[in-house]
Design a protein. Structure first.
Lengths: 397, 397, 397
């Protein structure tokens, strides 16, 4: 997009009904309307094009973006830092070990104490099933209350950087990748995507990516197929979301038993490992109980169980069965690549390598998706603000 | 305050005699003159109002604000980061574990090495009695020397983020809260404040808050009453400061034995736990000696000793004995709340909850107090600089 | 330099042939041409003078500077943070423990994932002989490939913050110190510098400083003398570089056996401890094997071996044998100072103290050297960009 394209896209954005994104959080994609989802893609692309055209995206003169990472992170951490930096915010990590949180203070108190000058709070909390999303809601309610009570001069908004239920910054980047790959959101209609489990020699991987994928991809009239070995079910309520979405969007959502059936004639494949839901529940209990022996035992049992399904691998042979033998391969990264990062893993090395560049491009959308989420939650009239930025640049030239 | 109010307040600030704050540190409140203390409150309120009115407070084009946290911190860490960010400085934490400081280099050397482009150094060092303030003075002297010798192109100034003696960013925020609560600094005259010990099931809490409170609150003509169990004395030299202050300000400073007498007819109560001075001394020696067994034993003895005074709790019953039964409850947070963060603690849950919002508002002054301390130490004519910022904003409109 | 001096220096810079610095990395000084080395000194001095004259050096509106520290660091960490901040970049540390790197992802993948909005990557990796420089090259190739493939919208450039072979930000600062001390780069011609080993009660110190010194100082027609005990050899390929350099520059490079001969009539002395090359190799193998017993044993043997050479100390007596008894003493800091940071070390306390201020001034060049390396790699026409910054400032006045 050049400057004219940007201004046209801003024009289209201004027609979207997105009032309730203002001062609101981005926790689960299925809590956002069609217009809100599309506006997020548009804003991400506008910001990306602005940067490419050397138009400053700096809308904040000052302000903190607080990050809370309760699990390890490389790409999301850097994407969040990049997004905030692009808009003019300084990131400040809440390292719970270096804080006084263990002093017994409440979530409500901490949430307010870190937010006096915070515009944004980004949280990753995906380790404990049933707690990540709950924690985010508690933080969101706390700062909402603080804002209402006059404690906080502004309402910091939350961005879910991965919880136990959804991983919206990932899946929104995934869809933006599909939009650009297939030449428009309207072209997603009728496309078949296979979200399948794949074998990995590790255990305890969150369910948020496959859940997020079926919860989001079903909104664009796609044929979403989920396949996994017995026992590796996703949260039933998210499957309900997928079913409901697909009915509304004129697409389809089906769960089938095998990887080969899922791959057949697929336009897109997303083979990825995750832990069985029941294992995650048991793990959560053991972690809370601090039962290290139990955890070791669970890991052992789980890895052995995984091994039964070692043939769930995205191979060249399987890829040949997809639409024209050339489905788009996707992964949230890092992938377990057979013969590269492990002996047997989620994907054959030659498949991964062939799709490496598109993969990396897909990952590159994340900073802009996050920036868009921030932007739309902080400006009452985002289209006006974006126009202001573009015009300001013209004056500086 | 609107823009006119801000300009009036700047006018009043310009009349204050604050020359010696320039390029100077903020270590202990009692080393600052009346004018300097009042100027800090004024500047904090000016900056807070500027931000509220969308007037940029960014006075630094670049520059580092170095933080050194030798103890855990949430609110002070975020307050410091917020204050620096507001003024345009980037915070850089000196993590002593990730540095080469253990290589045997001197405080003087480290202080200079981190300061080549540093405008501000914020230090929290409250763990060891007799060392925190001493360390800060050493750092201050080192950078002063470096500046005089031409090693440092600018003089980074120090802000005490809590030492073993005082906690000025906390107590200055506390007083600013009182000023706003009672409608002016002149209205503090004659008010009775009860700074009292309170029971907590933890041990080793620093003395800097109660010391800072009696060292500062005695300057405004208040009736400051200190109450604590036998053996929980504060540093004698700080009590001397309190006595001297109260004489000069026309107030009073008294130490009394019991909590109930202290609360009687009080306008403000500040019940908070701290460790006995002698325990902190013993602890400092044991920590330096690395005597883990001795520390465990001390903790046990100390917790048992604390338990004798489990009835030192801020209850509804006690609150009813205060002035009109409605004294302002204060705490530096996080508080040990009975039945919430512990079984028996410093304060009854219903009392805390009733004062929760004012508490949080009180905590919200800290970023602006820190920003004011920085501002006044870095600009020779702060009133002129503030006027410039306000006028600049008018031009941009 | 005043503004006129700055503009003159920019004029001189514009005549240098430095095209290949654009979008290029700074890994080893001997991979840079004479013009490139000199341009780096000039740019560092221009930026330093600009800051002194309150001319903003902020050339980036946004952008990350990623740092990867695989070894402890104080001064380089703060120098890098200062340099990036001066130019308008926000530093983001890649803490490998908090990342998913252990998930088995490749260097290529991580390098791209952290670089979507990164302008600069600074790396310290000096612990393992034979790996630091190799790792940096791999990162550089990865982001070059990502840039070529369209994954990265800009080419982040690498700055070597110390590897196993060279320490260019240190040695370039050292030479800038010499240039300012002796009144011009042309005055270095014929000066004798003694790079000598010195005793230290620690072990495992990297070879990158002495190697960097002989690899860089030999370029200015200096007489570079290296002295160390038997077995403390440097990498043979770096000695070859030194020989070749000295031939081209009309200087000399010689290795001699003793400290006293090296110091004789020297204009500059640089006495510093390092580990024998063979020890570093053994250590690298033991570290990779996780052989803690072997490492303990190696340390013991190595410290005992060191002790044989406890008389390799920079004493007042030795200093008197230098040119006019007043050679310039240099060290990369922190030094092991006898009677201060250890019983017996690299240098007598009185020698160190006499040269303390010049030492600190020398260290103070590092932020500007790093800023210059960044600047020259990110702007196609650095002289034009610098002129723009100076003129912009005039308009603002």
């Amino acid at each position: 997009m050049d400057t004219n394209g940007i201004l046209e896209s801003i024009q289209s954005l201004s027609a979207k009904k997105i009032d309730s994104m203002y001062l609101n959080d981005f926790l689960l994609t299925w809590h956002k309307s069609e217009d809100e989802i599309v506006a997020t893609f548009q804003t991400a692309e506008i910001l990306r094009s602005m940067r490419k055209n050397n138009v400053s995206c700096r809308v904040f003169d000052s302000g903190l973006a607080v990050s809370i990472f309760r699990d390890k992170s490389t790409r999301t951490r850097f994407s969040f830092a990049s997004a905030c930096n692009l808009l003019g915010l300084a990131t400040q990590d809440l390292d719970e070990e270096k804080s006084q949180i263990t002093h017994g203070e409440t979530v409500r108190e901490t949430a307010n104490m870190i937010s006096f000058l915070a515009e944004i709070i980004g949280i990753r909390d995906d380790m404990y099933l049933g707690t990540g999303h709950t924690y985010m809601k508690e933080v969101a309610q706390s700062v909402e209350q603080g804002y209402q009570e006059g404690v906080l001069p502004q309402r910091p908004t939350l961005v879910n950087l991965q919880c136990d239920i959804d991983h919206p910054t990932q899946t929104m980047s995934d869809v933006l990748h599909l939009i650009n790959h297939f030449g428009g959101i309207e072209n997603l209609k009728g496309k078949k995507i296979a979200m399948t489990w794949a074998y990995s020699p590790s255990y305890g991987k969150p369910l948020s990516v496959p859940q997020g994928v079926i919860g989001l991809m079903t909104r664009f009239g796609m044929e979403v197929v989920l396949a996994h070995p017995q026992g590796y079910n996703l949260l039933p309520e998210v499957e309900e979301v997928a079913k409901s979405n697909s009915r509304k969007s004129g697409g389809a959502y089906t769960r089938i038993a095998g990887m080969s059936e899922a791959f057949k004639d697929a336009d897109i494949v997303y083979p990825k490992s995750w832990a069985p839901f029941t294992v995650m529940e048991e793990r959560t209990q053991l972690l809370h109980a601090g039962d290290h022996y139990g955890l070791k035992d669970l890991e052992k049992r789980c890895l052995e169980n995984n091994k039964q399904f070692i043939d769930w691998e995205c191979t060249e042979k399987l890829m040949r069965t997809t639409k024209d033998g050339s489905a788009l391969y996707m992964h949230c990264l890092p992938a377990d690549i057979s013969g590269v990062s492990c002996e047997s893993g989620e994907v054959e090395a030659s498949v991964f390598e062939r799709y490496r560049v598109p993969q990396y491009i897909q990952a590159g959308y994340k900073p802009y998706i996050i920036a868009a989420m921030i932007f739309l939650s902080k400006f009452k009239n985002p289209a006006e603000k974006l126009t202001e930025l573009v015009n300001q640049n013209h004056q500086n030239e």
